[in-house]
Design a protein. Structure first.
Length: 220
């Protein structure tokens, strides 16, 4: 299969715990450069009626009847992607969809991954002058909207189901000599960890933090 160089596959795991998904999903679905949205439904019972009744242009739902967690969902989505550019999108973000136009000629196989700079996550910024900077240290919030070339993806270790997927992608890109980049002057809003911060995931969170500290700990 020949992969498109100028279209996006958006991979969106969700448990439907943020209102943001209802606002941003129609904008992403309508964007002409988005070839497909692969929505991994990790909580079928919580699926909104509005989602079921909507007519989607690009959306394909994957529902395995259980929560497979975010990193395995990313992996599944990437394996299904029929474009070389993929966007790993959190379900609690709202952002300027013109980012798809901006990055369209900047995601070649020789180029690093892209996520929002922490100044965008935590400050009031606008998008007309969005630009990219090289980044040798991953900042908090980088994985909320993460773009990469499918061919540069290295499988995330199985012990990390919820956390450190973005950290793994960031550092494997660095190890390949493909410097990660950050979006600046980009409008994005998110609460961060809307789902992953839930008490029900406390035990798994503890396991993953311990495994990361013992085996990797890149951001120390």
């Amino acid at each position: 299969m020949k992969f498109s160089e100028k279209m996006y596959t958006v991979i969106l795991p969700t448990m439907w715990r943020s209102a943001a998904i209802g606002k941003i999903l129609p904008l992403v679905d309508a964007h002409p450069l988005v070839s497909k949205i692969i929505l991994i439904n990790n909580d079928d019972a919580a699926t909104p009626k509005e989602f079921r009744e909507a007519r989607w242009r690009t959306l394909e739902e994957v529902n395995l009847g259980k929560n497979i967690y975010v990193n395995p969902a990313w992996e599944l989505g990437i394996s299904m992607a029929e474009t070389d550019i993929v966007c790993l999108m959190s379900d609690d973000v709202y952002f300027d969809p013109r980012v798809f136009d901006f990055l369209n000629n900047k995601m070649g196989i020789d180029q690093g991954c892209v996520g929002p700079d922490f100044t965008c996550i935590h400050g009031a910024t606008t998008s007309p002058d969005m630009s990219l900077i090289h980044n040798d240290k991953q900042m908090y919030g980088y994985g909320t909207l993460l773009f990469l070339n499918k061919y540069n993806y290295v499988r995330i270790p199985k012990e990390f189901k919820i956390f450190y997927g973005d950290t793994w992608i960031f550092h494997t890109h660095m190890n390949m000599g493909k410097t990660p980049r950050s979006l600046v002057n980009f409008y994005i809003r998110t609460k961060l960890e809307t789902t992953s911060g839930s008490k029900e995931f406390a035990k798994q969170t503890e396991i993953e933090h311990k495994a990361y500290k013992e085996k990797y700990n890149w951001n120390k």
